[in-house]
Design a binder for this molecule. Structure first.
Ligand code: GLY
Length: 567
């Protein structure tokens, strides 16, 4: 069990900085005096560190981490998917970059609704139609041009090397391949990458070499992001779409534009929070839940008690009821952001919470009236550099291995982000989330996301960077990391390793990790919660400023195989 894993803390002298670095993926956070990177995969963390050590800033390193993750944790994210980037630059600039996938021009509201009983019901997950127009390459191209210091090509170098020479599969990666093997072996592109010559899925200890992906990344290094959106790579994607019944066209790819937005802002017990605005629901609901909780003396109620868990679960349920009702791509439908993150709106909603009983929420709140008066996958990583720049990034292809389709000749795994839309009225998506017309498919629209890359500021400076993987559990897992650190005084590793719970309104259940004591679960059942015990299905990576020693504490979720390393 992750709580009892052995902790390894290494102190090694790194030549370039003659400084110590620390690495830890277990019980204690990794500490380093100058800079820190926490990601879900150690190869990717090291790729970012290589960039910091060669003089790059946090944005440069974040780009290198993202590109490396697409190679070594490709079941979670990659250039065939999208991402959100939240930056706090040392000079005070704050920005949220939206690299979310977009519905192709030929998409339509009811495209996934079966016409006859024999039609497939999972096309929004496992078909070329499931892919939105990818945004990750364009988002990082924008981030690096505006806020980085190094050429995009140099930032691709570690990922190219990892794809070209390969890396050895760990147990977790091999288990994900095994779980999706039946689906992937039916796709010739994936069969060529994730299986050996005898058609067996690659196993733990075997090397995954991705020559086509290395070639695609190499062309991108030569030709820039345009290679992906209008070069040979775009041609290969469109040719595959044409042959396989997909609908992404050359115009869709050439027309993709990342968007630079103002982060959504809130504050909690004196700390400022910046996070991702719509088309993510993550930032809004993270702040909304914190606003609801601010009125309760959580630290007196103690971490893990049935009282504190009950109040947090009720707050989560209220926020997810609003998510289903009001959240969608703001370019298509107005989102009442200002109301949803307002303290006074939280005051009105809090009246629906009983201190002693779980009250099923029959409807959403009324933010408009107020104004007039996923183990699921995705990946999160954070970087802080020596200058005080901070990057909090969540990237995804959606579910593990997404469509399970690899575009022939490119090594690119196609996202299945179209499933984040409401694909059929009343139908829950992969994560069990329901939604309404605000999140129905329209050409050019972005599917609502839960990704919540967040930076907590103390006296205007980055204090905690956090975010996670796991569909809707991203919001609640990120929330719990922040509450555990700020209210319950846990160090950042403990804050993310602590047993998690999750409430998403529908289904009206309280999901709890088995490490919660039996008597606490019994007490919550007695309060009326429908407790369901199971795995967290979420992963968090985080960095926290060390106020005692100076420097940074980094933590990779010990439920996973990531690493935090600094210098
Ligand atoms: N694909 C998961 C999310 O964006 O919420």
């Amino acid at each position: 069990m992750h709580f009892f894993r052995t902790c390894i803390v290494l102190f090694v002298v790194v030549g370039l900085h003659s400084a110590k670095w620390a690495e830890c993926a277990t019980l204690r956070p990794a500490w380093a005096p100058h800079a820190m990177i926490a990601s879900a995969d150690s190869h990717a963390t090291r790729a970012g560190l290589q960039i910091l050590e060669s003089g790059g800033n946090a944005v440069d390193a974040a780009c290198a981490v993202a590109m490396a993750l697409g190679v070594t944790e490709g079941y979670s994210s990659g250039i065939g998917g999208g991402c959100f980037i939240v930056l706090h630059m040392a000079d005070g600039r704050e920005i949220a970059i939206d690299g979310r996938e977009v519905a192709p021009a030929k998409s339509s509201r009811l495209m996934f609704v079966p016409r006859k009983p024999t039609d497939a019901t999972d096309l929004s997950l496992y078909s070329p139609l499931a892919a939105g127009v990818p945004g990750q390459v364009a988002a990082f191209d924008l981030a690096v041009r505006e806020y980085g210091t190094m050429p995009f090509a140099d930032l691709l170098a570690p990922a190219i090397a990892l794809a070209d020479t390969g890396f050895v599969l760990d147990e977790y990666y091999a288990s994900v391949v095994q779980s999706y093997a039946t689906r992937m072996m039916n796709d010739p592109g994936s069969l060529a990458v994730y299986f050996d010559n005898d058609g067996r899925p690659l196993a733990k200890g075997e090397r995954l070499v991705q020559k086509d992906l290395a070639a695609t990344l190499t062309r991108m290094a030569k030709n820039g992001a345009a290679e992906f959106y209008s070069g040979e790579t775009a041609d290969l994607i469109v040719e595959y779409m044409r042959k396989s019944g997909g609908i992404i066209t050359k115009q869709d790819l050439a027309g993709y534009k990342p968007v630079a937005l103002e982060p959504v802002r809130g504050n909690y017990r004196g700390y400022d929070i910046i996070s991702m605005p719509p088309p993510s629901s993550g930032g809004i609901h993270l702040i909304q839940i914190l606003n609801l909780l601010e009125d309760y003396p959580l630290s007196y109620l103690e971490a893990g008690s049935s009282e504190s868990l009950h109040l947090i679960a009720e707050s989560m349920s209220l926020a997810f009821a609003d998510r289903a009702e009001f959240l969608g791509d703001p370019a298509f439908t107005p989102v009442p952001t200002e109301a949803l993150i307002h303290k006074a709106y939280a005051d009105t909603l809090r009246k629906k919470i009983s201190r002693t009983r779980h009250l099923p929420q029959l409807s959403a709140g009324d933010p408009w009236a107020f104004l007039s008066m996923i183990d699921h996958h995705t990946t999160h990583f954070c970087v802080v550099d020596e200058q005080g720049n901070a990057a909090s990034v969540t990237a995804t292809v959606n579910t593990p291995f997404a469509t399970c389709i690899t575009v022939p000749g490119t090594g690119i795994l196609l996202n299945n982000e179209m499933d984040d839309f409401v694909t059929e009225p009343g139908k829950a998506n992969f994560f069990g989330l329901v939604g309404k017309a605000v999140n129905e498919i329209e050409p050019g629209k972005k599917p609502l996301s839960s990704m919540s890359p967040t930076i907590v500021l103390r006296d205007g400076k980055p204090y905690i960077l956090a975010g996670g993987a796991g569909g809707p559990r991203i919001i609640t897992a990120t929330l719990l990391a922040i509450v555990n650190a700020l209210d319950f005084g846990m160090d950042i590793q403990e804050a993310i390793d602590y047993p998690r719970m999750h409430q998403q309104w529908v289904p009206d259940r309280l999901f709890m990790e088995p490490e919660h004591p039996f008597d606490v679960r019994a007490a919550l059942t007695a309060k009326g919660h429908a407790v369901e015990v199971g795995s967290a299905r979420s992963r968090v990576q985080a960095i926290q400023a060390d106020t005692m020693r100076g420097g940074w504490n980094g933590a990779a979720d010990s439920r996973g195989v990531g690493a935090a390393i600094g210098y």
